[in-house]
Design a protein around this ligand. Structure first.
Ligand SMILES: [Zn+2]
Ligand SMILES: [Zn+2]
Length: 420
């Protein structure tokens, strides 16, 4: 399988407590300040709004025009009747205004990954141009990919993302030409639209960013988590927290109980959802539609079932395999809320991405595909209940292994840069 090399931006923040500069990886959410030791969690509503700073050589008296780019990093899953479910890794940026407007580069390019990003703040001087919606830009990104490789016919395309980000890049006008304020080189001729920021749709990006102290709201102890954790753990009162707006809210979780042993607990989203158009309600429905080699017992008609999806980044092939295996297996372990002394793998994929995976899992399960796949685009998935469930895996030399389900997760599919 083709796993591309890791690529990501660095982001410059400020410690909310003492103002010291902090440089983080793009996926980082939780950090401890090197100077004042305060732990902070970054909350972002919907998506981050970042910008590049103009270079030092940019003339100080110019009005900087910030042009928007959407960035998507994650996997595209394509379902077709002929080829089943296939996936492709995407790490792309795309100009987020109509391209006929001006001579702006179509993507941010690789050079920009050497430069740090900054959060757009309320007091940044300059003119910000309003972006196209993310979905529209994603369709344009797809078109860019199609130009390289012809698009396969598909009944469904789903995206499981690890980054959806709006990035503003600085330009200015000099003698009727557009200058790239990072390179300080002309990008091309400025048409009348460029000189008319109003026509371009100037706006002020709202930020929706908050820094929240990493302290347990329930007992006051320090919270723990790796830098890219989406859920923080209090080891003192056995609670879990995630940020929402400017506070931490409790996360409902459960841990599968097991015999004593050397385990790592892997987090999964366990999702109950109403599915329209395709019978996917009871465990008997699942057995029928997935054509499971089992005699259907009468009590299965009333047994509700859940979709399972990894709550951690892992390469797309294994993401799909684990989702399918767990959903077919329907684990129903004895659950506990005790996490003291357990080794927990961090939650690095939000529940939204778990929900996005449901249709993909349905696409690999339904048989015959010819009958059911064409219904998927119109199928509505309405989540009813989403729980975080930690499942024990034996720590072995090269993999983590669940003896109960006979499922293995190769350790090297979990390392940084696996890209999902
Ligand atoms: Zn500090
Ligand atoms: Zn606590």
């Amino acid at each position: 399988m083709n796993v591309p090399t890791h690529s990501g931006y660095k982001v410059e923040h400020q410690c909310p407590q003492c103002g010291a500069p902090v440089t983080l990886e793009e996926a980082d959410r939780f950090f401890e300040c090197r100077f004042c030791r305060v732990r902070s969690y970054i909350y972002q509503k919907s998506f981050f709004r970042y910008m590049f700073k103009p270079s030092e050589r940019t003339p100080k008296d110019r009005n900087i025009i910030y042009i928007p780019y959407w960035r998507f990093k994650g996997s595209q899953f394509t379902c077709s009747i002929e080829k089943g479910v296939r996936h492709q890794f995407m790490d792309m940026s795309r100009l987020a205004i109509p391209e006929e407007i001006g001579p702006f580069p179509m993507s941010l390019g690789l050079r920009s990954q050497a430069l740090p990003l900054k959060l757009v703040s309320g007091d940044t001087a300059g003119t910000f141009i309003a972006p196209l919606g993310f979905k529209k830009a994603l369709a344009l990104m797809e078109a860019m990919l199609t130009a390289i490789k012809p698009k396969e016919p598909a009944v469904l395309r789903q995206y499981i993302g690890e980054a959806r980000t709006l990035i503003f890049s600085p330009f200015y006008i000099e003698e009727n030409r557009v200058f790239d304020a990072i390179l300080n080189k002309p990008a091309g001729h400025a048409g009348p639209e460029i000189l008319n920021a109003e026509k371009l749709g100037a706006f002020r990006p709202d930020q929706g960013t908050a820094f929240i102290a990493g302290i347990c709201p329930s007992c006051g102890w320090d919270l723990h988590g790796s830098s890219d954790s989406l859920v923080l753990v209090c080891k003192n009162c056995d609670s879990m927290w995630r940020p929402k707006k400017d506070e931490l809210v409790r996360v409902e979780f459960a841990c599968a109980q097991t015999e004593p042993g050397d385990y790592i607990y892997m987090p999964f989203w366990c999702i109950n959802a109403d599915i329209s158009g395709i019978p996917f309600c009871s465990y008997a429905d699942l057995a029928r539609i997935a054509n499971l080699p089992r005699a259907i017992l009468p009590e299965w008609e009333n047994r509700k079932f859940s979709f399972w999806a990894p709550a951690f980044k892992i390469n797309p092939e294994i993401f799909l395999r684990l989702s399918r295996q767990f959903t077919v297996f329907q684990p129903s372990p004895k659950l506990s809320r005790k996490i003291h002394g357990l080794e927990l793998h961090p939650v690095t994929l939000p529940p939204r991405e778990g929900l996005e995976s449901i249709k993909i899992v349905m696409a690999v399960l339904v048989k015959p595909a010819r009958k059911w796949l064409p219904l998927l685009p119109e199928t509505k998935v309405t989540p009813k209940k989403v729980r975080l469930v930690y499942m024990p895996f034996e720590k072995r030399h090269h993999d983590f292994f669940s003896p109960e389900m006979r499922i293995s997760i190769a350790k090297n599919s979990l390392t940084a840069g696996t890209n999902l």
